[in-house]
Design a protein around this ligand. Sequence first.
Ligand SMILES: C[S@@+](CC[C@H](N)C(=O)[O-])C[C@H]1O[C@@H](n2cnc3c(N)ncnc32)[C@H](O)[C@@H]1O
Length: 322
Amino acid sequence: MRLLAFILVTIVLSPLLVIGTAIYMFRVLAVLMPKGIDGTAYEPYTARLFMHDLGTRPDPVASRLAPHLTVTAAPVWSMFSAPFRWATRLTGYVPTLFTFPPARPLKVMSVMALRTEFFDRTLNDARTHVQQVVVLGAGWDTRAYDEHWSDLKFFEVDGPPTQQEKRAALADAGVDASHVTFVPVDFNETSWLNAITGAGFDPTLPTYVLWEGVSMYLDEAVVHDTLQAIAGFAPGSVIAFDYLPKELFTSKGLYGLVGKYIKFGIRIFYRTQFKLLFPGASNSRGEIESILARDRLELGEHELLIYEEKYPIYGFVLAAVR
Ligand SMILES: C[S@@+](CC[C@H](N)C(=O)[O-])C[C@H]1O[C@@H](n2cnc3c(N)ncnc32)[C@H](O)[C@@H]1O
């Protein structure tokens, strides 16, 4: 009943969503792309914004940034979120996509909440023994500015145009970033390790590396270079990352077709490519263990979201320096 009421309210307000989406798409294609700013960063960011707006996971800094980022600036975010905000307010129903923490047993629609929970939890667990955090491909991640973690020293690494956009938005929103060192690097061109070391990173201190939503965009060699670089960090250091299973694009049938459709969409809309390395079968833990062992890392946690016990959707890894 509540779901039905939620759908009705959303339908009534859907013109806002349609116009908001059209402006959103226009801004990605006509404004971001020519400047070389990464558009994919808006996908997880808007998911976290929705969680904030629907009251399931507070992220006040993400909310403060929205008016100052090219794509979510007025009127986009309010048009985009109003139908869901009102529908939730009036009916009390929260869609699975934005339910946080994700409801168990897990559903495919919980993927963004599961992803957010994995990185929140592993960062929280690490805070007792790490002294610094490196966020590789930081996008619009706001964990560095969250009061839970802001006592740690952060290094945010991202492509130069994307990072420039974030720094300007943080300044415009009046967010304190004094504990954050920004390191602009294109992973395909420059060693991020040399760059952060030059910016004051100390590899002899235990470190948490947050690598969320990035591994699937990088060449295999860059992924291995990254893992090998972290293997040289101080004992106690960990890396948390997520991946899209390669079966998603190699399988036959509807599952493989969905994968190819997503890959095509990403290429056309964001002008970037998925390059998948990690396997997703339910027995893939051993394979991931040996990939990491080659790069001298030890697999700790491995979690997989699998649809109907058959179709791997998304994977999560926590690995430690040996
Ligand atoms: C999907 S976004 C994820 C952002 C953020 N980690 C999050 O989960 O909200 C991917 C991020 O990786 C960065 N990225 C992708 N390829 C990169 C490269 N070659 N060099 C530097 N950054 C890159 C993008 O700029 C973007 O910020």
